[in-house]
Design a protein around this ligand. Structure first.
Ligand code: 5GP
Length: 123
């Protein structure tokens, strides 16, 4: 498998309690917290507690319980933050070099509270 997890990454350190975070919701398998650099009025990160590098790693190797818990928690957070209505939100995940992933622990950005620009600028 192509994924090598680096346990020194910043989100692993948050999960171990070595670095503080502003928690929005926590379950046995999932943590949701505010991004330190808000890019929108709402900007939270949904992360699995397991050691997964990226979305494809999580999708390939996480257990059913982890995958269900991640997405149910995401839905609860969207409802809690008033993102589930017609105004909506954007979910983004970056992977690897081309995706410009900064932190190599799978995370889904949830952005909302304003009209966001286009998804990707043309090359
Ligand atoms: P990526 O570029 O990997 O998709 O996004 C990483 C995100 O993690 C960035 O939006 C960045 O602001 C956020 N981030 C980096 N370090 C920390 C931290 O120590 N605490 C929190 N809450 N967010 C962080």
């Amino acid at each position: 498998m192509p994924w090598t997890y680096d346990p020194t990454n910043i989100f692993a350190r948050i999960l171990r309690g070595e670095i503080p975070n502003k928690t929005v919701m926590e379950t046995p398998h999932t943590l949701v917290f505010h991004d330190i650099r808000h890019l929108a009025p709402v900007h939270v990160l949904v992360i699995p507690k397991g050691a997964y590098v990226s979305l494809d790693h999580f999708a390939a190797e996480a257990s059913g319980d982890e995958i269900v818990d991640f997405h149910r928690t995401l839905a609860k957070v969207c409802a809690m933050l008033d993102l589930s209505g017609p105004e909506g939100f954007r979910g983004i995940t970056n992977a690897g070099h081309h995706g410009m992933q900064e932190v190599p622990h799978y995370h889904l950005h949830i952005l909302g509270g304003r009209v966001l620009g286009r998804l990707v600028e043309p090359a």
